[in-house]
Design a protein around this ligand. Structure first.
Ligand SMILES: NC(=O)c1ccc[n+]([C@@H]2O[C@H](COP(=O)([O-])OP(=O)(O)OC[C@H]3O[C@@H](n4cnc5c(N)ncnc54)[C@H](O)[C@@H]3O)[C@@H](O)[C@H]2O)c1
Length: 379
């Protein structure tokens, strides 16, 4: 018996992993909830130590301190909102919500209530991503030219979203974390091959301040599971292969430089450097468990999580831009200002989020007025 209870809403594929990992973590009791009775019965059979609740209301009355929301994306907003309003701290799976309005509203509720709102950007709790970040910040890679990511496998098709919103949150959150900045512009192209209403293969191009570029490929149509991040620096190239069971981070002392001919400075040639390849040791910690430990710590110490609601909102802002581009056949979309993560005190981002909501509402109202004016002229 632990002093803290954590609820898990949604006991499907990922929720079951949350339950397993929480039990292994051993710092809280688990109350599982699923609207599907047979899924809940399966969870009870697999993990006899847990308590169960047949409805969200029942879970919220079960004295849980925090709730992990692992339901399909279309229900994140409603479930998380009810939890926050009931005074619970919340960890919502990625992406935070289905759209910007919902993300802003959720962050505002959390800020007003000084509640912990965390988003499951799991890879930011991965020791391998931390190792890549250390290589970048130590300057060992030199200036970053380009980052290429691939997150591909066969399915799983989600009933309520496309591959962009399902898989790209991971790559976009890794990119912001590694590069320490948001992109200036985004363009996205893709195809809806299996179901013509749902994009199942998407390529995203991002331009960052300076000359760094990035490319993200997400797909539900690849026969093999591929999870790869390649960071190309002026001095070294690093490949993080998450599918590799042990050796995940490879550092290549390879590169290409343009050198001018000493005899004739106007003439140049390319010089290829083929140095050593090093495999970095990374701790075998399970990212999901590191994330859960952080959630529990934030609840206890009333801290803003590393991947808080603002971090979730930033990714929804980028997904929204990428979706606009996808809908427009790949047009470049300017990202504009991303929200800025506030200081660690819960509630300190309230002014920022209120100002953002008001500005977006005013912008939407003026566009609507323009549209009505144009319609009026036509009739
Ligand atoms: N962080 C990661 O690496 C990662 C990996 C996979 C999935 N996910 C996320 O986890 C979430 C769930 O994905 P999944 O693949 O487990 O889906 P799933 O369909 O396997 O499971 C969802 C479960 O939620 C239940 N459910 C739906 N609405 C509910 C409600 N209102 N109240 C209670 N239960 C409800 C369903 O009955 C189902 O059992 C998604 O947001 C997904 O993006 C995250």
């Amino acid at each position: 018996m632990n002093s803290m209870k954590i609820g898990v809403v949604g006991c499907g594929y990922w929720g079951a992993k949350h339950i397993r990992s929480l039990l292994e973590l051993g710092v809280c009791d688990v109350v599982a909830c699923d609207s599907d009775a047979s899924t809940l019965a399966n969870a009870r059979r697999a993990y006899p130590g847990i308590a169960t609740a047949g409805s969200l209301q029942e879970l919220l009355e079960a004295d849980v301190a925090g709730v992990i929301v692992a339901t399909p994306i279309s229900s994140h907003f409603d479930v998380a909102r009810q939890c926050l309003i009931s005074g619970k701290d919340v960890l919502v799976e990625k992406p935070l919500t289905m759209n910007l309005d919902q993300a802003e509203a959720l962050v505002e509720i959390a800020e007003r209530r000084r509640a912990v709102l965390m988003v499951g950007h799991t890879f930011l709790y991965h020791p391998a991503v931390e190792a890549v970040l250390n290589l970048i910040t130590s300057g060992k890679l030199g200036d970053i030219f380009h980052v290429d990511t691939a997150r591909l496998n066969l399915g799983l098709f989600q009933p309520d979203t496309n591959v962009l919103w399902d898989l790209a949150p991971h790559d976009l959150s890794i990119l912001l974390y590694l590069l320490g900045d948001g992109p200036v512009s985004i363009s996205a192209r893709g195809g809806a091959h299996v179901d013509p209403r749902v994009h199942d293969n998407v390529y995203i191009d991002l331009v960052f301040p300076g000359s760094t570029t990035a490319h993200v490929h997400v797909s539900w149509l690849e026969p093999r599971k591929i999870r790869r991040v390649t960071v190309i620096g002026a001095h070294r190239i690093v490949v993080y292969d998450d599918v590799s069971p042990i050796d995940k981070v490879w550092v290549y002392d390879k590169g290409i430089a343009i050198e001018s001919e000493p005899a004739d400075p106007d003439r140049h040639h390319l010089s290829y450097r083929h140095g050593d390849t090093t495999i970095l040791h990374t701790a075998p910690d399970e990212p999901l468990q590191v994330e859960q430990r952080h959630f529990v710590q934030c609840i206890k110490e009333r801290q803003r999580p590393k991947t808080d609601g603002f971090a979730g909102l930033q990714i929804v802002q980028l997904l929204d831009c990428a979706q606009q581009s996808l809908d427009a056949g790949g047009d470049r979309v300017d990202v504009g200002e991303l929200v800025v993560p506030p200081d660690p005190h819960l509630g300190s981002g309230l002014e920022q989020i209120v100002a953002l909501r008001l500005a977006r509402a005013a912008h939407a109202a003026s566009r609507e007025n323009l549209r009505r004016g144009a319609e009026g002229k036509q009739t």
